[in-house]
Design a protein around this ligand. Structure first.
Ligand code: GDP
Ligand code: IMO
Ligand code: MG
Length: 431
């Protein structure tokens, strides 16, 4: 990793269904960068960083915030819940983490309002057994409003009269939906207006023109790390639609989500877990619904960092990860949670999907095919040794090395770093 060419701005993306360990890896890589910028998603993300046994869970603020003398930016592609942001700032400060001029918030970011959260909940309960299993953070409704041109952006908060009128108009429409369609209570524009006017004053010091900030940083040859949230298989275009989130998770989203031109993004690194997890509904071909799935959940601590829900667990799905590598143009990968597989006698990797009587190695584009496919597995011997103390390449057990090499061959990508535990120091550099 230290060999990364100087001046190379790097994008970090999750290669599965989220929770790959991006937060931990971003915290480590932050040492090599000056600016860390989130480009999509909102408080649906939960990025965990453990430093000397102290745990931090970040939802909106980039995971780079824990390091001194770095700038963290919340880009225009993020949907911002100001209450969540302020809570997160207060929590970090209570743990002696500095949050001040090192945090910038884009004035173009769309705001999440209480009506977005209410709509998220109502729409999920309306769907019944077909529900997406969202985090209920209002993400889908907020992005829908953005695209429908009904959204309200951070900059509007600072023009009280204008903001009031827009809020009234938007809420009038939402209240019709609440009352007439869902037969539930209307929300008061006045309550929301007062609440958000108060937030406006509190977030004002952080808000700026982040396009100019990023441009200045690039011209000053600062190194930029783009922090992806969620995972490629939750991407609104390329994931398992409709069981996805509502943003462009992949590396391509880093440009539209920050206003930095694509040619300024020099490298993309994918973070991938040694097995697979997913929270919420939707197809998961290599899912383990048996005792082994339960074992992985316990050993890996697989409970949602945002909602606390148990994560569904399964074997490594190389078909899905290859798809993710293709759409983001991943230059190198970081393999996390290897330690969770330490006790396995045999480890399986899904290398193909059987659909009808055909086997495909390409991720199908249609949900019906994905839902009906059967995983085709390659079996590998487990190393059955504790890897959590590993720090040097030479100490990696040979069968673990074999697992890593096999994944590299199947995925056609170099694995540059290994993570063997939640703590910041539990890593092995492979390059
Ligand atoms: P993110 O959303 O991609 O940042 O990932 P999360 O933080 O939601 O979930 C990853 C979980 O695994 C967190 O609880 C991390 O502390 C933990 N974790 C990260 N890397 C490792 C690792 O290599 N081994 C183990 N055992 N846990 C890890
Ligand atoms: P990080 O950044 C895992 C999932 C939800 C649900 C779907 C849609 O921590 O990896 P949404 O609330 O976004 O409308 O929910 O996406 N989801 C995540 N799963 N990790 C995440 O973020 C997620 N963010 C959203 O569980 O299935
Ligand atoms: Mg997470």
């Amino acid at each position: 990793m230290e060999n990364a060419p100087v001046g190379s701005n790097t994008c970090i993306v999750g290669l599965q269904w989220g929770d790959e360990g991006k937060g931990k890896i971003i915290d480590i890589l932050t040492e090599l960068f000056d600016v860390i910028v989130r480009y999509q998603g909102g408080s649906n993300a939960g990025h965990t960083v453990v430093v000397n046994n102290e745990k931090f869970v970040l939802h909106l603020i980039p995971s780079g915030i824990l390091r001194k003398n770095k700038h963290c930016v919340i880009g225009n592609g993020v949907v911002l819940d100001p209450r969540q942001l302020l809570e997160e700032i207060a929590e970090l400060r209570s743990k002696n983490i500095e949050v001040g001029s090192n945090l910038r918030v884009s004035e173009l970011a769309h705001l999440v309002f209480p009506y977005h959260k209410k709509l998220d909940e109502l729409s999920e309960s309306e769907k019944g057994s077909d529900k997406i299993g969202t985090t209920k953070r209002g993400i889908g409704p907020c992005y829908a409003d953005k695209m429908a041109r009904n959204g309200i952006r951070v900059s509007e908060l600072f023009h009280p009269e204008y903001f009031k009128e827009r809020l009234k108009k938007v809420l009038e429409e939402k209240n019709k939906v609440f009352v007439r369609l869902f037969n539930t209570d209307a929300l008061s524009w006045k309550d929301i207006y007062e609440e958000y006017s108060e937030y406006a004053e509190q977030i004002r010091p952080f808000v700026c023109n982040t396009i100019a900030f990023m441009d200045d940083a690039i011209k000053a040859k600062k190194r930029i790390l783009f922090e992806g949230a969620q995972g490629s298989m939750l991407d609104v275009d390329f994931g398992t639609y409709p069981y996805v989130t509502s943003s462009s998770v992949i590396a391509g989203g880093a440009a539209t989500g920050t206003g930095v031109a694509p040619r300024q993004i020099h490298r993309t690194l994918g973070v991938v877990k040694s097995y697979t997890t997913r929270v919420g509904s939707g197809p998961f071909p290599s899912e383990l619904t048996d005792e082994l799935g339960e074992y992985l959940r316990k050993k890996g601590g697989e409970y949602g960092a945002t909602t606390g829900r148990p994560r569904r667990c399964g074997w490594f799905d190389a078909v899905a990860v290859r798809h993710a590598i293709t759409i983001s143009g991943v230059d190198g990968a970081i393999l996390t949670k290897l330690d969770v597989l330490d006790e396995q006698k045999t480890i399986k990797v899904c290398v193909g999907y059987k659909i009808g009587n055909k086997i495909t190695e390409r991720f199908p584009t249609d949900l019906v095919a994905i839902s009906e496919c059967q995983p085709v597995y390659k079996e590998l011997p487990g190393w059955q040794k504790d890897t959590s103390q590993l720090r040097e390449i030479r100490d990696i057990p040979s069968l673990a090395r074999n697992y890593i090499k096999t994944l590299e061959e199947i995925l056609d990508v170099r694995i540059e770093m290994l993570s063997v535990g939640p703590d910041r120091n539990q890593v092995v550099n492979l390059v």
